[in-house]
Design a protein around this ligand. Structure first.
Ligand SMILES: *Cc1c(COP(=O)(O)O)cnc(C)c1O
Length: 361
């Protein structure tokens, strides 16, 4: 069978060594004669696995000791609710919601059920491209309970690489499509979260890294979303999605093996550079995002001749390059190139794009 490269935005492809390991473990995990899916989350084996998984993640992301790591449920959208219900109380000032695209807006719309967010639009035009205001120009409120933003807009393909730095402010980041793809300075944040199906593993588990002073008892928060309760119960207040958790653990080991975040960041930069160069050097493809805000994980592009869209989609698919269709609300194309996408997949896509243009333009 021809090698398939899957550019899906999420659920996204997993590394081949991790898939092979799952296959090997499936019916007989750790020599127990049973699957990890079938054993108690309170068993000694699973608890040991959970401890090791957290240690691996702490090492990869250099998580300071005053931060708790929580494995939650409900996806990133669950966190859109969890954040306001945990962090706001009656005397809180309204939070700032920074808007740069689809997901940061969706987070703000959910928060409106619980408060009246200050909406701060940071999109701008720069030399006819879509760009993001520098953090120094963000109109942060003088008083706000927290600042929420999304460093990588998965659908729009627009990213913020500057690290926010606002004295004494609690910064919250939706890192769903950026986590583990590059070095981040956790200390700058009060809380970061990410759903798993992009760069952590498979859907079902949601990572939350929270500074411990933000854990407080909040009686209004539903128990299943309550950070204090989840923390007190080792992320096992109810039965956790053990299989998703297990796959995250394999991913962290795989990342450590290939050299950690510094190494994967280098590889990711090379992958993104190759695609953006291919786009910029062509007369058929365009990406209208300002250079410094181009996403390294979700590369969006359009064809200048829209009549070729269907053909591009069909021929790419026939060449083993799958799931390149852009999200329906923005159209065009999108190549999601998270950690699991090898450089060979990106090289194959770049070559296909050049050949396609030669053939039809
Ligand atoms: C995928 C994604 C979400 C939604 O994640 P779910 O797990 O479906 O809730 C939210 N924010 C960003 C940035 C995403 O990429």
């Amino acid at each position: 069978m021809e090698k398939i490269y899957n550019f899906s935005a999420g659920p996204a492809m997993l590394p081949i060594p991790v898939m092979n390991r799952i296959k090997q473990d499936l019916c007989n995990w750790k020599g127990l004669g049973t699957s990890v899916m079938e054993i108690s989350h309170r068993s000694e084996y699973f608890l040991r696995f959970v401890r090791e998984t957290e240690e691996d993640l702490r090492e990869l992301l250099e998580i300071p000791s005053n931060y708790k790591v929580l494995f939650c449920q409900g996806g990133a959208r669950g966190q859109f609710s969890a954040i306001p219900v945990n962090l706001l109380n009656q005397s809180s000032c309204n939070p700032d919601y920074i808007e740069s695209g689809y997901w940061s807006q969706a987070a703000r719309i959910e928060a409106e059920k619980y408060c009246t967010p200050n909406v701060i639009n940071i999109r701008k035009k720069f030399n006819k491209t879509n760009a993001i205001l520098s953090i120094y120009d963000w109109k942060i409120s003088s008083q706000s309970a927290y600042i929420h933003y999304c460093p990588n807009e998965t659908i729009d393909g627009i990213a913020i690489y500057e690290e926010p730095s606002f004295d004494d402010k609690i910064i919250i980041g939706d890192f769903s499509s950026m986590i583990l793809s590059r070095i981040i300075n956790i200390k700058k944040y009060g809380l970061i979260y990410a759903s798993a199906q992009k760069n952590i593993g498979i859907a079902g588990i949601t990572l939350v890294i929270i500074r411990d002073d933000l854990l407080k008892n909040n009686n209004i928060a539903p128990s299943i979303l309550n950070y204090q309760i989840l923390s007190n119960n080792n992320s096992m207040f109810n039965t956790p999605p053990t299989f998703s958790w297990y796959i995250s653990g394999l991913i962290f080991k795989w990342l450590k093996n290939i050299g950690g975040i510094k190494k994967i960041q280098e590889i990711n930069n090379n992958k993104a550079d190759l695609l953006y160069k291919t786009i910029d050097n062509s007369n058929l493809y365009i990406n209208n995002i300002n250079n410094i805000n181009r996403s390294n994980t979700n590369v969006t592009f359009q064809l200048l001749n829209n009549n070729l869209n269907n053909l591009f989609l069909k021929e790419s698919y026939d060449n083993g390059l799958h799931a390149l269709k852009g999200h329906c609300i923005v159209g065009g194309f999108r190549a999601s190139i998270y950690n699991a996408m090898p450089i060979e997949g990106v090289e194959k896509l770049a070559k296909f794009m050049i050949d396609f243009e030669d053939k039809y333009v």
